[in-house]
Write a protein that binds this ligand. Structure first.
Ligand SMILES: N[C@@H](CCC(=O)N[C@@H](CS)C(=O)NCC(=O)O)C(=O)O
Length: 275
């Protein structure tokens, strides 16, 4: 089978692909899941985001974030969506996650951008706020989910089991690896985000995605995520109270790295939630 051959070739070199990641990072999970779906072997290095390794800073001096993929020859790539594109290009004999058609590829990239630019930050804002600010963030999440629901019902993804078609593809990996945080945040904040009646197609897609074998291998246990999210929310709310300013949430969900609390006092721009 082409995939097994590619995996064997990928494993047969002197050094395998190496992934720097963080256990709770949805961006890291994107790359782990993509490599599992492709049957690519890789070494994994867990980063302490509160005390980043020299290797991570050397490989990603621009953003200093995980995930980073290091190739067998030592070159490296950062940014999860870029890594996913690279994996499709560099291992053409493996299962392709992006669609073949140029227009469909562009549509998948567009909705990937939407996930990182609109949906993720709105979810992060719900997690990191309370009161009226949180209510506004919940409205934004619902507006964004309604846009995805409409695409599943009548738009680009109508009639498909997954965004990628019959199988999990690029956009499923991108959206799915952030979407399990919705349930975690619902539990921690007590706010309902994915109402199965309001968003039946999105809800069904997420359940189907989460049931996939490679997804179950990739996503940490809900209890571990809940513990982590509870601690992080407490810390964020305490910091916001100390800063005397509401919290701004960044794209995605929480990192293990506490934002700097050193003087000067954090402003809204310093406190972000990236999961
Ligand atoms: N746009 C980036 C986001 C990566 C990201 O936010 N990574 C977080 C972990 S989820 C991180 O490394 N945070 C450490 C920091 O911000 O210092 C991607 O898609 O890879």
């Amino acid at each position: 089978m082409a995939m097994e051959k590619a995996a064997a070739e990928n494993a047969g070199g002197a050094a395998p692909l190496k992934l720097f990641g963080s256990w709770a990072s949805s961006y890291t999970h994107r790359v782990q899941l993509a490599m599992r779906l492709k049957g690519l072997e890789f070494e994994y290095a867990e980063e302490d985001l509160g005390n980043k390794s020299d290797a991570l800073l050397r490989h990603n001096p621009v953003y200093k974030k995980v995930p980073v993929l290091v190739l067998p020859d030592g070159r490296s790539l950062a940014e999860s969506a870029i890594i996913l594109h690279y994996l499709d290009d560099a291992f053409p004999a493996t299962r392709q996650l992006l669609p073949a058609d140029p227009f469909d590829r562009a549509v998948a990239r567009f909705w990937c951008h939407f996930g990182d630019d609109k949906l993720g930050p709105a979810v992060g804002a719900v997690f990191a706020s309370t009161g009226e600010e949180q209510e506004a963030a919940v409205r934004q999440v619902h507006e964004n989910l309604a846009l995805l629901e409409a695409e599943l019902r009548d738009g680009a993804f109508k009639g498909r089991r997954f965004f990628g078609g019959d199988e999990v593809g690029f956009l499923d990996v991108v959206l799915g690896c952030g979407s399990y945080w919705l349930a975690v945040f619902e539990e921690v904040t007590g706010v309902q985000l994915v109402d199965a009646e309001a968003f039946p197609l999105f809800h069904a897609w997420l359940r189907d995605f989460e049931a996939q074998e490679q997804v179950r291998e990739t996503i940490p246990s809900i209890d571990r995520l809940l513990d982590y999210a509870r601690g992080l929310r407490q810390m964020l709310l305490a910091m916001a109270a100390g800063a005397g300013a509401p919290i701004a949430a960044g794209a995605g969900a929480p990192t293990a790295a506490p934002p700097s609390a050193a003087p000067p006092a954090p402003t809204t721009a310093d406190i972000a939630v990236d999961i």
